[in-house]
Design a protein around this ligand. Structure first.
Ligand code: HEM
Ligand code: NAG
Ligand code: NAG
Ligand code: NAG
Length: 511
């Protein structure tokens, strides 16, 4: 049987089930928000296309900033303006502090035993607190700076040596190894991907996870179809889960063996000790599964998001040589040409900061955020949002709203500089016109680390090197196509030739 035939017969079968079970239970006097009419059974799912964030952006131009869709039997609302996002994530945040049920959380994230998909409650709070104290607080971040610096310098070495041989550099790969290694040292105390081969193996696992997590799995929305798994998503999820699980088992095993020999200060050691002390929280103890699930969250949420942002940043700057030149001049005047930029320098680089904001605006790492679910019904802009509706916040659309952003598709960091239209905007979750990390209670836990990683990697790559595109490619023809997933990858990975631009002494570490 072909998959199409399977799908068709299943659709017919579930039509019958559906007509038996489905009642239109809206008994509210307010209307639902506007939106396009969907198909029978599948609702609007078949209309999403290959780039749902762009499709939904286009729909918001027709139906307005609050759209109602139906995915199978699930009500979905999409927020596409800062005003609507504010009402959901600020005014009604408490009622949207959970994530909807989904097969990714079930089959990959240890059946909701992680932090990203944990119900809002004591276990979620305990996990988030642990991470904040040991990874993301100002003190933890400062303590971990030598680790980031060492990894950034080893990226410089790699780029420098490849450039010296006249090779083109797979930028996406070196950035990924750097963020992976820096994170890994903080999480488990050593580099889990010491070898290039392991790093690309792990990257492929993370990218696959992001792709799978970005798929709207029909089985999540049409219960009658879950059993045939029409897109094969669940099958892939289970397979991928096994690979991750094996990896995390070996990490815990290795950490337990090493800890017998000495004190570890990494997060994994801290969690294992915490567990050993018998500390618990309302919902019970921190189990090995919780620890593995948390590692899964941090490794996956923390590598791909940051590294794809850096790749977009570099690509935008290569496309805009005049802006790149100004940024390099700023770096030269603040840092000089005899050494590499350090995190302490970043606050003195207003143009560079504006560039990073502009990159987050055009290329938010998770274009559709991570879904939330309505605990209770509520009223937004006079429309009825039903209980249990899934909320999608289109971060990608919000930061391109033409009512707020002049020439929204243009890369123009000046808008964030003094005198610009958004001189005071920042990305931290209070200015709703630009919320690449989300907002409210479930806002990105790793925001501060993510920001620091993105900034230091980008600053180092443009301060240390000029970038020449290979084989007669010109900067105005660079492919800027997006590939959709939970995270926003470049469809065509960036490759370029690095040309050192600092004094030779700065690269001495590379000899
Ligand atoms: C460029 C970097 C990053 C971006 C743009 C980003 C973006 C986001 C977004 C949009 C969300 C969903 C927020 C919501 O539901 O409102 C999120 C959640 C999350 N992020 Fe990030 N992220 C980044 C880096 C990181 C890093 C480095 C880590 C950790 C190492 C991390 C860990 C998490 C976690 C654990 C959550 C779930 C929070 C919860 O459900 O309570 N992220 N991120
Ligand atoms: C959105 O609309 C633009 C302009 O009409 C069009 O070029 C683009 O292909 C559309 N994107 C999607 C994903 O429908
Ligand atoms: C959720 O919404 C209901 C109904 O609007 C409201 O009574 C309740 O206070 C809200 N809950 C929270 C935690 O805000
Ligand atoms: C919302 O979901 C819960 C749990 O799945 C279910 O028990 C309840 O009946 C649903 N309520 C509505 C109004 O759909």
């Amino acid at each position: 049987m072909t998959p199409l035939f399977l799908l068709l017969s299943a659709v017919i079968l579930s039509t019958i089930l559906y007509s038996l079970l489905f009642k239109n239970q809206t008994n509210s006097t307010q209307p639902l928000p506007p939106g396009p009419k969907g198909w029978l059974i599948l609702g609007n799912l078949p209309q999403l296309g290959t780039k749902p964030h762009q499709t939904l952006y286009n729909l918001s131009k027709v139906y307005g900033p609050l759209i109602y869709l139906r995915f199978g039997s699930v009500n979905v609302v999409v927020a596409s303006s800062c005003n609507v996002a504010f009402q959901f994530l600020k005014t009604h945040d408490a009622n949207f502090s959970n994530r909807p049920p989904n097969s990714g959380a079930e089959h990959i994230a240890y059946n909701y035993q992680d932090m990203v998909f944990a119900p809002y409650g004591s276990r979620w709070r305990a996990m988030r607190k642990m991470c904040t104290i040991h990874l993301f607080s100002a003190k933890a971040l400062d303590d971990l700076w030598p680790i980031r610096q060492a990894e950034v310098m080893s990226m410089v070495k790699e780029v420098y040596l490849q450039g010296k041989k006249g090779k083109v550099v797979d930028v996406s790969h070196v950035i990924n190894v750097c963020s992976m290694d820096a994170l890994s040292k903080a999480l488990v105390g050593w580099k889990v991907c010491g070898e290039a081969k392991e790093a690309s193996e792990f990257k492929s696992m993370v990218v696959e996870l992001m792709q799978l997590a970005g798929v709207f799995n029909v089985g999540d929305f049409v219960k009658g179809l879950a059993w045939i798994d029409p897109q094969g998503v669940v099958r892939k999820m289970k397979k991928l889960h096994k690979r991750f699980d094996k990896f995390f088992d070996s990490l815990i095993e290795a950490r337990r063996t090493r800890n017998n020999k000495g004190e570890g200060r990494d997060l994994l050691s801290v969690l294992l000790n915490f567990q050993g002390e018998g500390s618990d929280f309302e919902e019970g103890k921190l189990t090995d599964i919780n620890i593995k699930a948390l590692m899964l969250n941090l490794f996956t949420a923390g590598t791909d998001t940051a590294s794809s942002t850096v790749e977009w940043a570099l690509a935008e700057l290569i496309c805009h040589p005049d802006i790149l030149k100004k940024a390099q001049e700023e770096l030269d005047s603040v840092v000089g040409r005899h050494q590499f930029v350090k995190e302490q320098d970043l606050q003195n680089l207003p143009l560079f900061q504006a560039i990073i904001k502009e990159v987050f605006r055009l290329h938010p790492a998770t274009p559709l955020s991570i879904p939330r679910v309505a605990e209770n019904e509520c009223k937004i802009n006079g429309y009825h949002v039903p209980k249990n509706a899934t909320l999608l916040v289109n971060l990608w659309a919000i930061s391109k709203d033409p009512a707020i952003w002049k020439n929204p598709m243009r890369f123009d960091p000046d808008r964030f500089l003094p005198g610009g239209s958004h001189a005071h905007a920042h990305v931290k979750g209070n200015n709703f016109e630009l919320i690449p990390f989300g907002a409210g209670r479930r806002k990105c836990a790793g925001m501060r680390l993510g920001l620091r990683m993105v900034q230091i990697m980008t600053a180092t790559l443009i301060h240390g090197f000029d970038w020449v595109l290979p084989d007669g490619q010109t900067h105005d023809k660079l492919d800027m196509e997006e590939a959709y997933g939970l995270s926003l990858q470049r469809a065509v990975p960036l490759v370029a030739c690095p040309v050192p631009r600092l004094e030779p002494c700065a690269y001495e570490i590379a000899y």
